[in-house]
Design a protein around this ligand. Structure first.
Ligand code: AMP
Length: 120
């Protein structure tokens, strides 16, 4: 499958510093920031710094270093947020997955009891 990255997406603008964000953690490989429309007390988005549109694009084409760096940022978010009782990690992908922003991101959602997934 071909992946085309649109560098005008809102997370690309955040990475370039054109739009502010509420940063939770940042490294050379990833940025984690609070979701502007949180669905739970903890709702953090983790994004890679590279131009990847989706989880499958990232998993297939990112280097090992980028992939490890991304997961280390996820680990940091788990340390820094109050999710000891559990959380959900979600990567909405393309149309069927109802992905709004075409830059790969992982939602880390927790801080309250969540419902069962896939109601829609
Ligand atoms: P998705 O539907 O998985 O693509 O989710 C995109 C997420 O990005 C939504 O939860 C939005 O609330 C969030 N979002 C959109 N714009 C911003 C922004 N400027 N800062 C933080 N979160 C945002």
């Amino acid at each position: 499958m071909e992946y085309t990255y649109d560098d005008q997406n809102i997370f690309a603008k955040i990475l370039r510093g054109e739009i502010p964000n509420d940063t939770v953690y940042e490294s050379d490989y990833a940025l984690a920031f609070n979701d502007i429309n949180p669905q739970a007390p903890v709702h953090v988005l983790v994004i890679p710094k590279g131009p990847y549109v989706s989880l499958d694009h990232f998993a297939q084409h990112a280097s090992a270093g980028e992939q490890v760096g991304f997961m280390q940022a996820v680990a940091k978010v788990c340390e820094l947020t109050d999710i000891a009782d559990g959380f959900r990690a979600v990567c909405n992908t393309r149309a069927h997955g109802v992905q709004d922003v075409p830059h790969y991101h992982m939602h880390i959602i927790g801080g309250r009891q969540l419902g069962r997934m896939l109601q829609g």
